[in-house]
Structures are given as C-alpha cells and as structure tokens.
Design a binder for this molecule. Sequence first.
Ligand code: NDP
Length: 251
Amino acid sequence: CKIDYQPAPNLLENRVVLVTGAGDGIGRAAALTYARHGATVILLGRTIAKLERVYDDIEAAGGPQPAIFPLNFEGATLKDFHDMAETLDKEFGRLDGVLHNAGLLGRITPFEQYNPELWEQVMQVNINGPIWMTQALLPLLQASDDASVIFTSSSVGRKGRAYWGAYSVSKFATEGFVEVLSDELSNQPNVRVNTLNPGATRTQMRRTAYPGEDPFTLRTPEEIMPTYLWLMGPDSKGVSGQKFDAQPPRV
Ligand code: NDP
C-alpha cells in the first residue's frame, strides 16, 4: 500500500496509458489522475456519454488530449481486440500502461441460486475479455521501454467469501493469470504485470454490494490514487507478479 506516495507532477509524461471502465467510479478517477500527471489516456468503456464527460474534464484541466475507445466486454470479440491494437499501433506505436479496471459485480446470492448466464457474463467482463485484450495488446506493450499492466483485484479474489459467486471467482482467476503472465514475462523486464486491490471505495458498485453502509465512511476513488500512480509510473519499475492494496486494511 502506497497511500502516502508523493508522485512527481510529471510522473507519467510521454506515456500512453489505457484505462478500462474509465467512465465511472475508480476508472474515472484513475483516467483523470493519470492525465493530470502527464499521460495520454485512452478511455475505454461501454457508455460513450460518460467517456465523453471524462474526455472533456481532461481537456478542461489542460491535460494531454485523450482518446475514446468504446467497447463493451460483453460481446466483444477477438477481432475487436485486434482492431483496437491496430488502431493504437497506428496512432501511438506503443502502449506504456494498461489499467484493467472495468468490472461487473453480478449478484451477491447463494451459489445454489446463481444464474448461469449471469455467471458467464461476470467471467466475460472481469477476466475473459481482459485476458484476450491483453494478448492482442502485448506487442504494443513490448514496444514500450517501461510498460505497466495493472489488473484490478478484490479482497474476495484473495480469500473466498460466501455469496460472492462469479465475482470472487473472476478475481481469483485474475490473481492466477497475473502469476502466470508475470512468470512468462520474467525475461522481459520492460513489461510488468501486477494486481491491485482498491479496497472499500465510495462507488456505485460498492453501494450495490453494501446497500446498508454509509458511503461517507469510505475513501473516495480520488483518495486511493497514490498507489494507482506508483504502480503505473517509473517508481515501481522492475516490480512484477506482486499483489498490492491501494489502502490500508479497515479496522
Ligand atoms: P463501478 O461500477 O463504479 O465502475 C465500473 C466501471 O466498469 C464502469 O465504468 C462501467 O461502465 C465499466 N464496465 C462494467 N461493465 C462493463 C463492460 N461490459 N464493458 C466495458 N466496461 C464495463 O465500479 P468501481 O469503480 O467500484 O470498480 C472498479 C474496479 O474495482 C472493478 O474491477 C471492481 O471489481 C474493483 N473493486 C472495487 C471495489 C470498491 O469498493 N468500489 C472494491 C474491490 C474491487 P459503465 O459506467 O458504462 O457502467
């Protein structure tokens, strides 16, 4: 946890960084924060109007001109991911970071009642889509001097919890995938891949999962950004295959 990290103002200057689920919640805060620290941010998400608002906010703050990439992980095909890689290749020729942040909660419900279609949907958005997107983007990441790939995990991706179903399983799969990929890339020090658990954060997803909780007891997405910056930027160069938390455990 690097909640006290003091990033340089120009930490991500000249870096091209893709953020998935950039229209809302933690992804929105990450996109704005990365841009504020100099990154050219590619805003990926499924609701274009939300992405356009983030785009406008970055421009209004004087950040580098971002790009919008509309994509819904449900229904996205390998061709979509390869088309995307081709577009990014033409535009930038490389990719210096990916924050895999888009996520779907599914339902908090006993496994006996879990709807199989919903299970597949959650696995598609939280792990299968991001994996195939990563495969398509690998050549662009390898073209960078220092590329950081961050997968978003959860406490239920490190210890299972009753009723969390596909969400928990998808986050375990995320942790496993990062172990596999980081091991494979261990001879390529210019591409690192880690998992980051934001911890309880004031967003719509958290409100849905814990409807009885007072949101004002939670940190905001903006407050957890120091670890997101540290892991995306050069100060974590060489760190790979590790599990991080964006905030200290709650007592
Ligand atoms: P939100 O629900 O606020 O935001 C999720 C984002 O993912 C939205 O931008 C959403 O787009 C996007 N998204 C959802 N489904 C798809 C899809 N099919 N295709 C493309 N984009 C999609 O969640 P948070 O900000 O809270 O969560 C961000 C990440 O952090 C997730 O991976 C979550 O699992 C993880 N996390 C969050 C915690 C918390 O306390 N908030 C705790 C632990 C982990 P749209 O706005 O269009 O719906």
